[in-house]
Design a protein around this ligand. Structure first.
Ligand SMILES: Cc1cc2nc3c(=O)[nH]c(=O)nc-3n(C[C@H](O)[C@H](O)[C@H](O)COP(=O)(O)O)c2cc1C
Length: 279
């Protein structure tokens, strides 16, 4: 996405998440995955080598996440507003730390600031035709000629249309007609957490992607529904404001919304042979 992700940070987050899924599956099957990130100094697109070097203990990290691997889906629905217990948030922090990242649970003022930045990013996006064209290219409305069904977010996963202007869920279908789409009111003070690292390097982005998947899987095991908000992080002038100046997280990579509410539906995946090679 050249307009929204010119440095390929989000791309690396997504690939880091896929790598975490591979690690979970390997450990679950009793294989130990030895991972080297960015193994080729001259090959910036060679993100990782994984060697399945011998037997592993299926109960060791991150194997136990396997139960959530196929159950986790983005939920773009309103959540109930029931508070997430502190011990559950502690477990999510631990999942991030295991991958060398940090998870900040923002207080009320910080949450308010992030939601204002989400609002600003909505305005930026609405005024930027190139960004809107890019979003339209990878969201599906069900219209004819949209290409292979394994690509793009399907219309059924967009969630309901929103009554208010700024809500904690990105409305990917905002400017287009999606037949049969319901509408709903969302709470204005969502429970969010911010995933970050001290550095802003390709390696940190790959680590953050793995941590993101770990946090989302832990949340799923804890009965939480989740969705992601990367909108304010896609504008450099807004991204810096999402951090808490008092914390050691210098760079925020993902804003995650958590809560109790409807699960999202599974979305299609591309064929494994297109994304994974064994050598
Ligand atoms: C780097 C990155 C950024 C994302 N940003 C958003 C976002 O801003 N809003 C959103 O609703 N989903 C966002 N997503 C979630 C994807 O749309 C979602 O994971 C994808 O549609 C697959 O669906 P699933 O999560 O249910 O498997 C993001 C995912 C990644 C990897």
């Amino acid at each position: 996405m050249p307009r929204q992700d010119p440095d390929h940070r989000a791309l690396r987050l997504g690939c880091g998440a896929a790598l975490f899924g591979l690690r979970v599956a390997a450990v679950h099957r009793g294989r130990h995955p030895a991972v080297r990130l960015l193994p080729c100094p001259d090959g910036p697109w060679h993100f990782a080598d994984v060697r399945f070097d011998g037997p592993g203990d299926a109960d060791s990290e991150p194997g136990p996440f396997h139960a959530a691997l196929t159950r986790r889906h983005t939920s773009r629905f309103p959540f109930t507003g029931e508070p997430v217990p502190a011990e559950v948030l502690d477990g999510l922090r631990a999942a991030a730390i295991l991958e060398g990242c940090r998870l900040v649970v923002p207080g009320a003022w910080h949450t308010g600031t992030v939601m204002e930045l989400v609002h600003d990013s909505e305005l930026f996006e609405a005024a930027d035709e190139a960004a809107r064209v890019e979003i339209a290219a990878w969201t599906r409305t069900g219209a004819a000629g949209e290409g292979p069904v394994t690509e793009g977010i399907p219309a059924y996963a967009l969630g309901p249309r929103q009554h208010d202007v700024t809500v904690p869920v990105r409305d990917f279908g905002v400017s287009r007609r999606v037949p049969g789409r319901a509408s709903a009111r969302f709470g204005r003070n969502p429970q969010i957490v911010l995933l970050g690292t001290g550095e802003d390097t390709p390696e940190a982005w790959l680590r953050a992607g793995q941590a993101m998947h770990g946090v989302l899987l832990q949340a799923t095991l804890d009965g939480l529904a989740t969705s992601l908000m990367s909108q304010p992080l896609e504008w450099p002038e807004l991204r810096f404001g999402t951090r808490d100046p008092g914390s050691r997280v210098g760079c925020v990579h993902m804003v995650i919304r958590l809560g109790y509410g409807p699960a999202g539906r599974a979305t299609p995946r591309g064929p494994v042979s297109e994304v994974l090679t064994f050598g």
